[in-house]
Design a protein around this ligand. Structure first.
Ligand SMILES: [Zn+2]
Length: 66
């Protein structure tokens, strides 16, 4: 039996061999997944930085086939 620290709740538990490994339970596993997904959406939904228009010609130069 190997004790590991659950990445979600940080509690040390024996999770080796469980389907929720490396998380201690399905709740921790799903919680971590949703947090990760929300983080992805948050980053993707961010508005482009000011002055991004200036990147247009440069981007064309790098990818002329586009
Ligand atoms: Zn946990």
């Amino acid at each position: 039996m190997i004790e590991v620290t659950c990445p979600q709740c940080r509690r040390r538990k024996v999770v080796q061999g469980r389907p929720t490994f490396p998380f201690c339970c399905a709740g921790c596993r799903d919680g971590d997944l949703s947090a990760w997904t929300e983080e992805r959406y948050r980053i993707a939904g961010e508005a482009p930085p000011a002055g991004s228009e200036e990147a247009g010609p440069l981007d064309e130069a790098i990818h002329p086939e586009d």
